[in-house]
Design a protein. Structure first.
Length: 186
Protein backbone atom coordinates (compact mmCIF):
# COMPACT_ATOMS: atom_id res chain seq x y z
CA UNK A 1 0.00 0.00 0.00
CA UNK A 2 1.26 3.46 -0.90
CA UNK A 3 1.72 6.02 1.74
CA UNK A 4 0.50 9.57 1.38
CA UNK A 5 3.99 10.90 0.59
CA UNK A 6 4.50 8.30 -2.16
CA UNK A 7 1.11 8.84 -3.77
CA UNK A 8 1.61 12.58 -4.18
CA UNK A 9 4.93 13.73 -5.50
CA UNK A 10 6.59 16.23 -3.23
CA UNK A 11 5.42 19.71 -4.03
CA UNK A 12 8.02 22.47 -4.47
CA UNK A 13 7.91 25.04 -1.75
CA UNK A 14 8.07 28.74 -2.48
CA UNK A 15 11.62 28.88 -1.13
CA UNK A 16 12.68 25.94 -3.33
CA UNK A 17 11.09 27.55 -6.40
CA UNK A 18 12.98 30.82 -5.83
CA UNK A 19 16.23 28.96 -5.27
CA UNK A 20 15.82 27.06 -8.56
CA UNK A 21 14.82 30.26 -10.42
CA UNK A 22 17.89 32.10 -9.09
CA UNK A 23 20.11 29.17 -10.09
CA UNK A 24 18.71 29.16 -13.65
CA UNK A 25 19.07 32.96 -13.99
CA UNK A 26 22.67 32.80 -12.74
CA UNK A 27 23.44 30.08 -15.29
CA UNK A 28 21.94 32.17 -18.11
CA UNK A 29 23.92 35.27 -17.07
CA UNK A 30 27.12 33.24 -16.75
CA UNK A 31 26.65 31.80 -20.24
CA UNK A 32 25.88 35.26 -21.64
CA UNK A 33 29.22 36.50 -20.29
CA UNK A 34 31.30 33.39 -20.96
CA UNK A 35 30.32 32.62 -24.56
CA UNK A 36 31.51 35.89 -26.15
CA UNK A 37 34.69 35.76 -24.09
CA UNK A 38 35.46 32.21 -25.16
CA UNK A 39 34.66 33.05 -28.78
CA UNK A 40 37.05 36.05 -28.64
CA UNK A 41 39.84 33.97 -27.12
CA UNK A 42 39.57 30.77 -29.16
CA UNK A 43 37.98 31.53 -32.52
CA UNK A 44 40.53 32.92 -35.01
CA UNK A 45 39.61 36.12 -36.81
CA UNK A 46 39.24 35.54 -40.51
CA UNK A 47 37.70 38.83 -41.56
CA UNK A 48 40.87 40.94 -41.47
CA UNK A 49 41.12 43.12 -44.51
CA UNK A 50 44.18 42.91 -46.66
CA UNK A 51 45.95 46.25 -46.70
CA UNK A 52 45.28 47.92 -49.99
CA UNK A 53 47.51 50.35 -51.81
CA UNK A 54 46.75 54.07 -51.53
CA UNK A 55 47.05 56.43 -54.49
CA UNK A 56 49.66 59.02 -53.46
CA UNK A 57 49.70 60.97 -56.71
CA UNK A 58 51.19 61.39 -60.17
CA UNK A 59 54.91 60.65 -60.46
CA UNK A 60 55.23 60.82 -64.25
CA UNK A 61 56.57 64.42 -64.09
CA UNK A 62 58.75 63.82 -61.01
CA UNK A 63 62.32 65.12 -61.55
CA UNK A 64 65.09 62.55 -61.27
CA UNK A 65 67.41 62.81 -58.24
CA UNK A 66 65.32 65.42 -56.39
CA UNK A 67 63.21 64.32 -53.40
CA UNK A 68 59.64 65.60 -53.38
CA UNK A 69 57.33 65.57 -50.37
CA UNK A 70 54.00 64.13 -51.51
CA UNK A 71 50.82 64.51 -49.46
CA UNK A 72 47.96 62.02 -49.73
CA UNK A 73 44.77 61.05 -47.91
CA UNK A 74 44.40 57.73 -46.09
CA UNK A 75 41.12 56.38 -44.71
CA UNK A 76 41.29 54.60 -41.39
CA UNK A 77 38.55 52.40 -39.94
CA UNK A 78 38.31 52.34 -36.16
CA UNK A 79 35.39 50.14 -35.22
CA UNK A 80 32.42 51.80 -36.87
CA UNK A 81 34.11 55.18 -37.33
CA UNK A 82 35.88 55.97 -40.62
CA UNK A 83 38.31 58.88 -40.50
CA UNK A 84 40.54 60.38 -43.18
CA UNK A 85 44.09 61.32 -42.32
CA UNK A 86 46.58 63.45 -44.20
CA UNK A 87 49.84 61.54 -44.70
CA UNK A 88 53.13 62.39 -46.36
CA UNK A 89 55.99 60.56 -48.02
CA UNK A 90 59.31 61.72 -49.38
CA UNK A 91 59.50 60.35 -52.92
CA UNK A 92 62.74 60.01 -54.90
CA UNK A 93 63.10 58.97 -58.55
CA UNK A 94 66.57 57.71 -59.40
CA UNK A 95 68.37 57.77 -62.78
CA UNK A 96 66.91 54.35 -63.67
CA UNK A 97 63.35 55.78 -63.15
CA UNK A 98 62.86 53.64 -60.03
CA UNK A 99 60.73 55.23 -57.31
CA UNK A 100 61.49 55.05 -53.58
CA UNK A 101 59.04 56.42 -50.99
CA UNK A 102 60.40 57.16 -47.52
CA UNK A 103 58.31 57.53 -44.37
CA UNK A 104 58.22 61.08 -42.99
CA UNK A 105 59.73 60.32 -39.56
CA UNK A 106 63.37 60.20 -38.51
CA UNK A 107 64.35 56.75 -37.25
CA UNK A 108 65.86 58.20 -34.07
CA UNK A 109 62.82 59.54 -32.21
CA UNK A 110 60.23 60.03 -34.94
CA UNK A 111 60.84 63.72 -35.62
CA UNK A 112 59.91 65.20 -39.00
CA UNK A 113 62.90 65.69 -41.28
CA UNK A 114 63.31 67.77 -44.45
CA UNK A 115 65.41 67.83 -47.62
CA UNK A 116 68.27 70.33 -47.62
CA UNK A 117 69.15 71.18 -51.22
CA UNK A 118 72.62 72.68 -50.65
CA UNK A 119 74.32 69.63 -49.08
CA UNK A 120 71.82 67.32 -50.86
CA UNK A 121 70.76 65.35 -47.80
CA UNK A 122 67.80 64.80 -45.51
CA UNK A 123 68.21 66.68 -42.22
CA UNK A 124 66.47 66.03 -38.91
CA UNK A 125 66.64 69.38 -37.10
CA UNK A 126 65.87 68.01 -33.64
CA UNK A 127 68.93 65.81 -33.07
CA UNK A 128 70.98 66.56 -36.24
CA UNK A 129 70.67 63.18 -37.92
CA UNK A 130 71.67 63.31 -41.58
CA UNK A 131 70.51 60.89 -44.29
CA UNK A 132 71.62 60.48 -47.90
CA UNK A 133 69.21 60.66 -50.83
CA UNK A 134 68.88 56.85 -50.68
CA UNK A 135 67.94 56.99 -46.97
CA UNK A 136 71.24 55.79 -45.46
CA UNK A 137 72.46 57.34 -42.21
CA UNK A 138 75.30 59.81 -42.79
CA UNK A 139 75.59 61.24 -39.25
CA UNK A 140 73.75 61.63 -35.99
CA UNK A 141 72.06 59.41 -33.46
CA UNK A 142 69.67 57.72 -35.95
CA UNK A 143 70.08 53.94 -35.46
CA UNK A 144 69.04 52.83 -38.95
CA UNK A 145 68.23 54.10 -42.45
CA UNK A 146 64.92 55.81 -43.22
CA UNK A 147 61.85 53.58 -43.26
CA UNK A 148 60.28 52.94 -46.67
CA UNK A 149 56.76 52.50 -47.92
CA UNK A 150 55.93 49.43 -49.97
CA UNK A 151 55.39 51.15 -53.31
CA UNK A 152 54.25 50.41 -56.82
CA UNK A 153 53.82 52.59 -59.90
CA UNK A 154 50.84 51.96 -62.20
CA UNK A 155 49.98 54.21 -65.14
CA UNK A 156 52.22 56.97 -63.79
CA UNK A 157 50.50 56.92 -60.36
CA UNK A 158 52.36 56.09 -57.15
CA UNK A 159 50.56 53.52 -54.99
CA UNK A 160 51.76 53.19 -51.41
CA UNK A 161 51.31 50.26 -49.06
CA UNK A 162 52.34 49.85 -45.43
CA UNK A 163 55.46 51.50 -44.03
CA UNK A 164 58.25 48.92 -43.59
CA UNK A 165 60.88 49.44 -40.94
CA UNK A 166 64.40 49.39 -42.34
CA UNK A 167 66.96 46.97 -40.93
CA UNK A 168 69.55 48.03 -38.37
CA UNK A 169 72.68 49.57 -39.84
CA UNK A 170 75.65 47.24 -40.26
CA UNK A 171 77.83 49.11 -37.74
CA UNK A 172 75.20 49.21 -35.01
CA UNK A 173 74.89 45.85 -33.27
CA UNK A 174 73.09 47.18 -30.17
CA UNK A 175 69.30 47.44 -30.43
CA UNK A 176 68.17 51.07 -30.25
CA UNK A 177 66.32 52.19 -27.14
CA UNK A 178 64.79 55.60 -26.94
CA UNK A 179 65.27 57.64 -23.74
CA UNK A 180 61.67 56.95 -22.72
CA UNK A 181 61.75 53.21 -23.44
CA UNK A 182 59.86 51.04 -20.94
CA UNK A 183 62.70 48.47 -20.94
CA UNK A 184 65.06 51.03 -19.40
CA UNK A 185 62.62 51.70 -16.55
CA UNK A 186 62.49 48.03 -15.54
Amino acid sequence: MKTDSQAHPQEVSRRGFYAQAIFVLNAIMGAALALPTLAYLFVPQTNRKKQSLIDAGDVSQLPSGVPVEMTFQQSRVDGWKVSTQKRTAWVVKNAANEITAFGPQCTHLGCAYHWDERPKQFVCPCHTSLFSIDGKVLAGPAPRPLDRYVSEVRNGRLLLGPLKQSEESAGNTEPHRSPCSREDAA
